[in-house]
Design a protein around this ligand. Sequence first.
Ligand SMILES: *Cc1c(COP(=O)(O)O)cnc(C)c1O
Length: 399
Amino acid sequence: MRPRFDEHLLAQRDERQARAALRHHRVVEHRAGTRFYCDGRELIGFCSNDYLGLADHPDVVAALRSAASEHGVGSTAAHLVCGHHRLHQQLEEAVAEWLGYSRGLLFGSGYLANLGVLQALLAPGDVTVQDKLNHACLIDGARLAGAELCRYRHADVDGARRQLQSRPEARALLATDGVFSMDGDAAPLAELAALAQAERALLYVDDAHGVGVLGANGEGTSTWLGLDAAAVPLQLVTLSKALGGYGAIVVGNDALIDAIVQGARSYLFTTALPPPLASASLAAVRIARDDAARREHLHANIARFRQGAAQLGLPLLPSSTPIQPLLIGDNAATLAAARRLEAGGFLVAAIRPPTVPAGKARLRVTLSAAHRDDEIDRLLEALARALLQPARPAAPEGE
Ligand SMILES: *Cc1c(COP(=O)(O)O)cnc(C)c1O
């Protein structure tokens, strides 16, 4: 007999509940800088990816407003129909120039970009070799392309080499996050670039969390590690993290970008980003590139958090980026810690599988240039209470 959906969905929900793996929406009534207003309470957020505090920067907001007045909201069509606006073009050029590439290509989001890049460049018979901790959309792109996906142990360049060398005849894309989204560490890009060159593989770096944050002018992980466009021929820049907006730009040379334009279904068959968002990102790019003091303040905040956490004996991971996870392991214990923090006025994300591997649930603390010293100090005290003191009797289940 054909199985029913309703029973299946109920069973699936019960099973997620039992693993403390259910996820829930939280309604943000209002957000201003690092302050989130939820359920009538003001919480200090250490959970957003707005590392430079650009999501509500006055220049960024003004750029969006004036572009909307001038051009309206929607782009009205896909890029290759009639949706490719001058503001899109300017943004692509600005980001390409900033990172030192000849071309940029705007996608609706980072997720769409990775689906499109891998699907456009790879076909069945090709291989993509990837870090085990790569973002989900790099994995999904490989599946969509029908290419063979080989995953190496996190940051294990020898593992990547073995996988490439075991498939010497296959066209190969070596793909890695620049900064790992749930761990905060940087990929060994110099070694991976040398490997890609030796093995004639194409290196693709998803630098969603590096751009704006690392490098003297915020150019991202590659530049920070001394690598140029020859060493890293293709990169992803998201506009949704340090740049505080929405969308993503793939930067590369003419041949790569042309191939992606012609072949990426998530580029061809979707409406172009609203032009006012491109205008907002143009303003954000200028600030992220030129406002060194903002970036220095972010790094001072990271240093303050790490120093304080080390003094308190909190279990830090080796990260010098705004992503500062505290590994707990168990799902329910991680949720309980997040709840204790929230009771103390802090919003910190409890990250559980499948976002991270099983048994590796964690609090993902993220820092921003917008945080003040006293906010960081109070978070540290709250973390010490939530993680280092014995928990009260078990709280009721559910998030
Ligand atoms: C957030 C993220 C993406 C997806 O970007 P969106 O613009 O949010 O769709 C891709 N890759 C990595 C590493 C990310 O952290």
